[in-house]
Each structure stands twice: as structure tokens, then as C-alpha cells.
Write a protein of this length. Structure first.
Length: 105
């Protein structure tokens, strides 16, 4: 027998599984996590005077570093949301199998 939370999850996932599979949705909802993941590098760039003997960063290097940080943030965001989608899909399939088994019994 399925619990109320499991039934609610099945209903939710049946309505939202295609929407959450969309890459733009994954990027939009995962972007804050990606930026949090890349935040330490950005903070180090902003406060680059913390190490007095560090070689100064040129504008070209700064642009390259910012592009790299954004690429890391986007990759992390999409990867995290795809992993979450796969996890929810696996849980949905297990619950549907459990539901079919209970209905057959």
C-alpha cells in the first residue's frame, strides 16, 4: 500500500516530468546553485588584494576567468538538475511498480 506522500509524488511527477526535463527549466532552476558553487572564485576575483605578492590580473585574463566561472556555473546547474530529474524518475518508476503490484494482488 502506498502512503499519502507517495501518491502525492506520483501525481506531481506525472504532471511535471516533461516540464522538468526541459533544458531551459533545468538551467533556470539550477542557476542559483551553480552560482553558489562558483561564488568562491568570484569572491577571490573581487577581493584580489588579499595576497599582496599576487601577480596583477589583466583585463583579458579577467574576462577569460569570468567566462570560465560562468561555464562552470552553467555546467553545475544543468548537471545537478539532470541528476535530480533522474532520481525523481527512478523513484516514480519504483512507486508505479509498487502500485501495480498492489493493484494486482
Amino acid at each position: 500500500m502506498l502512503s499519502k506522500e507517495e501518491i502525492k509524488f506520483i501525481e506531481y511527477w506525472e504532471k511535471n516530468r516533461e516540464k522538468e526535463k526541459n533544458i531551459l527549466f533545468q538551467l533556470g532552476y539550477g542557476a542559483p546553485w551553480g552560482l553558489i558553487f562558483a561564488l568562491p572564485v568570484l569572491v577571490a576575483l573581487i577581493f584580489n588584494d588579499w595576497y599582496k605578492r599576487m601577480v596583477p590580473i589583466s583585463v583579458g585574463q579577467l574576462i577569460t576567468i569570468c567566462i570560465a566561472v560562468l561555464a562552470i556555473a552553467v555546467f553545475y546547474a544543468v548537471f545537478r538538475m539532470k541528476f535530480k530529474w533522474d532520481y525523481n524518475e527512478q523513484q516514480y518508476k519504483e512507486l508505479k511498480f509498487k502500485q501495480m503490484k498492489n493493484d494486482a494482488a
